[in-house]
Design a protein around this ligand. Structure first.
Ligand SMILES: [Zn+2]
Length: 257
């Protein structure tokens, strides 16, 4: 399995072989450049690709044989969008997952209470969602997670064990923080791109084209067009006989301690 340790071992072995070969016959400089690039590529890919599991085991989808999917919402709760999302989910009797930002949990505890009461999973999405969170130390990220966990617990009475890294970025510090607190790092397999695509039809077209059995779909409960997109998406899933189940059921992992 490709992980930081195995990558370093493999690349060191290759470098030693090339150095050995260099004794007998000069090796062109570009070969060394290529080895360097090949060595850093997995680290970069591992950071930006949440599904790679390079730094930490990450759950991103369920059983690919079952016609079941889960929906998840990041970055909330939002005073305007989240209540409308909750209304829609209630109407269709769908249980989702909300990966909440601690600062916003403190601002809207009533919405987090409502999520929990209506059967949704409340996950941890850091306290600040700081743009440079990935450059924080493991200890500082750990503090962010604990602070958010305590806020969620104060409202729901439950200790969430689902963590979704902001921006989907993982690195040794994020991995250390998540592991030390016993979190299940929870990603996604289908990104709606609802924060960058404003055209509802283009968004839906993309989702319909890419939706597969076992998918965890990522939305953000902060965009004004989300509710309308979600309404159409739920209808499409029903028309195609996809069952929308709660993420812990799809991934077969306990969401709370
Ligand atoms: Zn986020």
């Amino acid at each position: 399995m490709l992980n930081p340790r195995n990558t370093i071992l493999l690349m060191t072995a290759i470098l030693l072989l090339v150095l050995l070969a260099d004794i007998f016959r000069p090796v062109p400089v570009w070969i060394y450049g290529a080895i360097f690039l090949a060595a850093i590529a997995p680290f970069i890919y591992g950071s930006v690709s949440i599904g790679s599991g390079f730094y930490v085991k990450t759950l991103c989808y369920g059983d690919r044989q079952e016609k079941e999917i889960a929906v998840s919402f990041d970055d909330g709760p939002d005073g305007e969008i989240t209540p409308a999302v909750l209304d829609l989910l209630l109407l269709h009797n769908i249980q989702a997952a909300f990966f909440c930002v601690g600062e916003k949990v403190a601002e809207h505890p009533d919405l987090v209470r409502r999520m929990h009461t209506e059967g949704h999973i409340v996950g941890n999405h850091s306290y600040s969602h700081h743009v440079f969170l990935d450059l924080f130390s493991g200890k500082r990220i750990q503090k962010e997670l604990k602070r958010t966990e305590n806020l969620i617990c104060g409202v729901t009475g439950k200790r969430t064990k689902f963590f979704r890294p902001p921006y989907g970025v993982t690195n040794p510090a994020v991995a250390e923080a998540a592991k030390s607190l016993g979190y299940t790092v929870t990603g996604w397999s289908l990104k709606s791109r609802d924060t960058v695509i404003n055209d509802e039809q283009a968004l839906l077209k993309r989702l319909k084209k890419k939706l597969k059995k076992g998918d965890v779909v990522l939305f953000h409960d902060r965009g004004s067009h989300l509710v309308s997109v979600l309404r159409s998406f739920i209808q499409y899933a029903a028309d195609k006989n996809f069952r929308i189940v709660r993420i812990d059921q799809l991934l077969n992992v306990k969401a709370y301690a």
